[in-house]
Structure formats: structure tokens, C-alpha cells
Design a protein around this ligand. Sequence first.
Ligand SMILES: [Zn+2]
Length: 129
Amino acid sequence: MAGRPAGQSTIVPNANVMTLPAIRQEVWNFSTLIPSLQSKQASMEWLACRRLLRNELRCAACDVDCRLNAHAKNVDACRWKCTTCGARKSIRDGSFFSGSHFTLQQVVIVQLLLVKRHAAERPAASGGH
Ligand SMILES: [Zn+2]
């Protein structure tokens, strides 16, 4: 099937979705994150790569893959749409920030801060004084 720009069935190619060990080992800081925060699209891809957004959605009623459709009025500028029955779903559906009013850029920052705090609460591996 020819891919239309607005009709892709995954946010990022499935091969780009990171494994859980890779996600856990990844070192995040603001300088590496900033390119991911420059657009809604970039933030959405960053979250999908890290399994914080589902990368694809199957319509429960039709059992077909939904397509990613541009939707200017949506906070995320796009949403899932089933091309068979026309059902629409937020790309946040099923995510921990489903229903939140944060932008995806803010979600990325919150996620980074949570990870940093979690790391700070754990005792350092190599001992202090
Ligand atoms: Zn459907």
C-alpha cells in the first residue's frame, strides 16, 4: 500500500522502538533532549520510541490498524483514525498522561525530571564519604 504522509500506521518505524533494557540504560539530559522538544512531531516520536506512547493502534471493532491523521484542533496535532469505521482516538490513549492537558513537550520534560529524581533517591553505586 502506498504510504500517504498523513496516513501512516505507526508513529515511528517499529524498528525504532527501543527495548526496555535500552530505555533503562539511556542517559538523558537536557542537551540531548532539546532536539526532541522542538516540535509536537519530534516529541511524539521521542515518546513512541520509549514506549511512553503506543506506536500503533488497532481498531477493536474492525481489527485493522488505525492511521495517524493530522488534526489541527487536537493538542497533539494528530490522532488515530480507523479508515474502516471512522473511529478516532487520541494518540495518548492508554498512556499514563492520557487525559492530561500537558503538551507532549511538557510530558517529555516531566518524564526526564521523574527519572532524575528516581536516580537521586537511589544510593550511589560507588559509595560516598
Ligand atoms: Zn474501526
